[in-house]
Design a protein around this ligand. Structure first.
Ligand code: F6R
Length: 611
């Protein structure tokens, strides 16, 4: 979704802003723009990539100035045009030279626009953001901070904004509610951004703005207050990751890098948390809720997309190992269903970015209804991490590739630890937990073996890469893996793929099978192996081309499947972490072979901050 970068300091702003926008490119966008203060306000905007904007700035001879704002826009209100790109300005004739960049949605923009038009404002774009620029201009009485506070008291919706004004050429005002925004605190300079990846090159000291908070930044100091002007002191903390973690290294794409990182990332996820010998799990973040969790009656895991698939695996783990009734639901559906949630319910919000608007809204709803709300989140200090009662961080490092990979395996790993943690407090023996923890610790090496077999997977993909329709089928705990395999393929290669429970085929979808249609079966040896073999036979006899993900040493599978990807054996509950990896690799190679931009798939945003 939209990315924000803003700078005030002593350096030239443009290099900082453009470098920041490039760091945020992974979030997804379709146009970009900058506004720089240098005597007056100068704005440049362009449809397309940041490099197009960069060329445009170069053509004009550059934009000097040490205060500026920059934005990548992912269109919501209004099409992908230069006029709709940010920054937006207040009415030039009557205005004050105010420029605004915004991530989020101003829900009451239509009412505000009408009011402003009646007061003589004319609009040049279709965006909700322009309304905010005019509103700040309308309320400006010589103090930008106060005008922003006053404007934000009038709006409903979500926002992260950065505002500059010609009449205050040494002031940057930023604010947020519901959309992410972080302020990096340097020496005589501030770098503000949607996430820390655009900040770490300049400083490792940063604070996250709380909802309904405004920060006024000058080169000398900063002041933070609520939109009602109550002064507050933010907590400045050390950013945890290194700039090196954001670089591609020797990989062609972030997705490939992150697929390869999984063994190391999962070791980090486990580090210091499992005691194999003692059969104990140490989860500091949720320790104070151990008793409530042991007595919880029902667990609901909520997330979107890949995170939802991790929730679905988590549901099996909670039922099987913690022996608690569990459900997994789209956060977006759960939120609006008038769900039955009470004090006996625990909600687990699963999210890589910690900023997904639907997941955030779902947990807020559940909290209001009295549930204990936990988070399984990657991004430290993110909105979901802060809004939950307690939580467990994935610790898999920043995920830049739009297609989520290491976050998924990290989410499943974390859910497995949590299920064992709860189960141990209910009825699981120390011996069983110790054995399972040993198996958890063995998963990274098993994933390494799958990653090392990438060439075999690539040669299988090469045979089918022209096919436009694929099926992914699995049963039980491997059903979400099938869903995840299909999602990975469609989102980066634009191939139509469907994931479903293998047994469901007979109830309609089998009509889709035509000669040579690739059908990927998750067919590792587990309690439903024989049933999966029957499902394979049903598809094969109708002409489908079977690609099986199977257990190493399975001598039979090669007689029923035309292509086999062998993976190491693991306990059934943990097998999804291994089984998903060949599907990630498969999708990656398919996208590369089809010439797609793996890390920037069309229409997609890494972090979906609107509902
Ligand atoms: C798919 C993908 C998305 C995200 C979803 C939730 O590869 O990345 O489906 O999983 O948008 O995002 P988070 O985990 O940030 O809440």
């Amino acid at each position: 979704m939209c990315g924000i970068v803003a700078y005030i300091g002593r350096k030239q702003a443009i290099p900082v802003l453009l470098e920041g926008l490039k760091r945020l490119e992974y979030r997804g966008y379709d146009s970009a723009g900058v506004g720089v203060m240098d005597g007056g306000l100068k704005v440049a905007r362009a449809v397309g990539r940041v490099r197009v904007l960069e060329e445009k700035i170069d053509e004009t001879g550059g934009l000097p100035g040490t205060l500026g704002i920059a934005h990548t826009r992912w269109a919501t209100h209004g099409g992908v045009t230069e006029a709709n790109a940010h920054p937006h300005r207040d009415d030039r004739g009557k205005g004050h030279g105010i420029a605004v960049i915004h991530n989020g949605i101003i829900e009451n923009y239509a009412v505000l626009k009408k009011y402003l038009e009646e007061n003589g404002h004319t609009f040049t774009s279709e965006t909700d953001t322009e309304v905010l620029a005019h509103l700040i201009g309308e309320l400006y009485r010589g103090d930008l901070e106060k005008a922003v506070q006053a404007a934000l008291r009038e709006v409903t919706g979500a926002y992260a904004i950065a505002v500059i004004c010609e009449k205050e050429p040494d002031t940057l005002v930023v604010a947020r509610k519901g959309s992410p925004l972080m302020v990096g605190v340097g020496n005589g300079e501030y770098v503000v951004a949607s996430d820390s990846s655009a900040i770490v090159a300049h400083t490792t000291q940063a604070f996250t703005l709380a909802d309904y908070t405004v920060a006024k930044l000058t080169r000398e100091s900063f002041r933070t207050s609520t939109i009602d002007d109550v002064e507050i002191t933010p907590e400045v903390r050390e950013l945890e990751f290194e700039l090196a973690e954001l670089d591609l290294g020797n990989f062609d794409h972030y997705m490939l890098k992150e697929i390869h990182e999984q063994p190391r990332a999962l070791r980090m996820c486990l580090q210091g948390r499992i005691d194999v010998r003692g059969g104990e799990i140490v989860l500091g973040g949720i320790a104070q809720h151990a008793r409530t969790l042991a007595n919880t009656k029902r667990i609901v895991l909520v997330g979107q997309g890949t995170a939802l698939h991790a929730c679905m695996v988590g549901r099996y783990l909670m039922e099987d190992m913690a022996k608690i009734a569990a459900e997994a639901d789209f956060a977006s559906e759960f939120r609006y269903r008038n769900p039955i949630v009470d004090f006996g319910t625990t909600i687990i919000a699963v999210s890589q970015s910690g900023e997904t608007a639907d997941t955030l809204a779902a947990l807020q709803e559940a909290k209001q209804r009295g549930a204990l709300v936990l988070g399984i989140v990657n991004a430290v200090g993110s909105s979901i991490a802060r809004e939950t009662d307690a939580g467990i961080y994935l610790r898999v490092g920043p995920e830049i590739g739009v297609a989520s990979t290491k976050a998924f395996t990290g989410q499943v790993m974390t859910a497995a630890m949590l299920a064992l943690f709860i189960g141990r407090r209910r009825y699981l023996s120390q011996e069983y937990v110790g054995k399972m923890l040993g198996e958890l610790a063995a998963i990274p090496d098993k994933i390494q073996r799958v990653v090392d077999a990438s060439d075999t997977i690539r040669s299988i993909v090469a045979k089918h890469v022209e096919r436009e329709n694929w099926l992914f089928l699995g049963r039980g705990i491997n059903y979400p893996v099938a869903l995840e395999g299909a999602l990975k393929l469609k989102e980066i290669s634009y191939i139509h793929a469907e994931g479903m429970p293998a047994a469901e085929m007979k109830h309609g979808p089998i009509a889709l099978i035509d000669s040579g249609m690739p059908a990927v079966f998750i067919a590792t040896r587990n309690s439903q192996y024989e049933k999966v073999l029957s499902n394979i036979a049903e598809v094969r006899s109708r002409g489908g081309h079977i690609i099986a993900v199977a257990t190493e040493g399975d001598g039979h599978i090669g007689t029923v499947a035309q292509d086999v990807i062998y993976v190491p054996d693991a306990p059934e509950q943990l097998q999804p972490m291994v089984n998903v990896v060949p599907l990630q690799v498969l999708a990656y190679h398919a996208a590369v072979m089809r010439g797609k931009d793996v890390d920037k798939p069309r229409n997609l945003a890494k972090s979906v901050t609107v509902e």
